[in-house]
Design a protein around this ligand. Structure first.
Ligand code: ATR
Length: 270
C-alpha cells in the first residue's frame, strides 16, 4: 500500500485524509493517508521516520511549513517564493518540496468562483506566512496590482518589496486603506481565529469579491462584507480542496475533480 500523510500540531481536525481518499477513489488508486502529530521541534525526526518506513509523500500544515522548507533537498519555484513547503514527495531518495497553497487559492477563485485575476485590483490584508504563500501565484496571473495592507506596516512594505520582481505590489498600513472599491479583497490575517474584526472602511468592498482564507465558519470579515454590499463572499474551503488536488497531482500526476469534494464537505458540515 502506498503511504501518504499530513503532519501538523494539532492535527486531529484535518480534512486532508478524507479529501485524498475521495481523490484516490476517483482514479482507483490504493493508498493510505494518515494524520501524524509531530512534536513541536521534532519535525525532521518524525518526517525521517515516516520516509524510512516507506512514506512516499506528505502534506505539512501549521506550524511546520518552514521546518518542511528547510528539510527539503529540492524546491519548486513556488516553494522558494513562499519560503514554506506544504507538500513533500520522495522520489529516487530525493526529498522534493512544493507549495500548492497559492495556486490552490488561484484555482478556487478562477475555476470555482468564476473570478479571473488578470487586470484586477486586489487588496490583500495581512503580511504573515499565509500572504507570502499566495503572492507569487496571484502575481503570475497579471493582476492590475496588489495592494498589501498590514497592521504592522513595516512588514507589508518589506514583503511587497521582496515580491516586486514578480509584478506590481505595494505595501502600506491597514489604517491607510482607502474607502474606494477594489475588485477583490482577501483576508489573509489570523484575526478571524480569535473572532476579531478588522477595522476596515465600508466603501472598500462594494461590488467586490471578498475571500477569507479561513474555512469552517462564517468569519467576522465575511459577515462585514455581506453587510457592506460585497458582490460575492467566500471562505477558504475551496482553497483547501484545490491545494490538496495540486498535491495529489504532484504525487500521482493526475488532476482530481474538486467540485464534488467541496460539495461533500459543505453538506457534511451543515
Ligand atoms: P499566518 O501564517 O496565518 O499568516 P502569521 O505569520 O502569524 O500567521 O501572520 C498573521 C497575520 O495576521 C499578520 O499579518 C498579523 O498582523 P501583524 O503583522 O501586524 O501582527 C495579522 N493579524 C493577526 N491578528 C490581527 C488583528 N487582530 N488585526 C489585524 N491584523 C491581525
Amino acid at each position: 500500500m502506498k503511504r501518504f500523510a499530513v503532519f501538523g500540531n494539532p492535527i486531529n481536525h484535518s480534512l486532508s485524509p478524507m479529501i485524498h481518499n475521495e481523490f484516490a477513489n476517483e482514479f482507483g488508486i490504493e493508498l493510505s493517508y494518515e494524520k501524524i502529530l509531530s512534536p513541536i521541534g521534532d519535525f525532521a525526526l518524525t518526517a525521517n521516520e515516516f520516509i524510512k518506513d516507506g512514506g512516499l509523500g506528505f502534506n505539512i500544515t501549521v506550524p511546520f511549513k518552514l521546518d518542511a522548507f528547510n528539510f527539503c533537498e529540492e524546491l519548486t519555484s513556488n516553494a522558494r517564493a513562499a519560503g514554506a513547503v506544504n507538500t513533500i514527495k520522495v522520489q529516487n531518495k530525493v526529498i522534493y518540496g512544493e507549495n500548492t497553497d497559492g495556486n490552490g487559492l488561484v484555482n478556487d477563485l478562477e475555476n470555482n468562483l468564476g473570478e479571473s485575476l488578470g487586470g484586477k485590483e486586489i487588496l490583500i490584508i495581512g503580511a504573515g506566512g499565509a500572504t507570502q504563500g499566495i503572492l507569487k501565484p496571484i502575481l503570475d496571473k497579471n493582476p492590475e496590482k496588489i495592494l498589501l495592507a498590514n497592521r504592522t506596516s513595516e512588514k507589508s512594505i518589506k514583503l511587497a518589496n521582496d515580491f516586486l520582481k514578480f509584478g506590481k505590489v505595494c505595501g502600506f498600513g491597514i489604517h491607510q486603506i482607502k474607502p474606494k472599491p477594489v475588485d477583490i479583497v482577501i483576508n489573509a490575517t489570523s484575526a478571524s481565529i480569535g473572532g476579531g474584526m478588522l477595522d476596515l472602511p465600508s466603501g472598500l468592498c462594494e461590488d467586490a469579491l471578498c475571500y477569507d482564507l479561513m474555512y469552517g465558519m462564517q468569519t467576522p470579515f465575511m459577515k462585514w462584507a455581506l453587510e457592506n454590499s460585497a458582490r460575492q463572499v467566500s471562505d477558504g474551503l475551496g482553497m483547501l480542496v484545490e491545494q490538496a488536488a495540486l498535491s495529489f497531482n504532484f504525487w500521482h500526476g493526475k488532476s482530481p475533480k474538486t467540485d464534488s469534494v467541496i460539495r461533500l464537505i459543505r453538506e457534511t458540515s451543515d
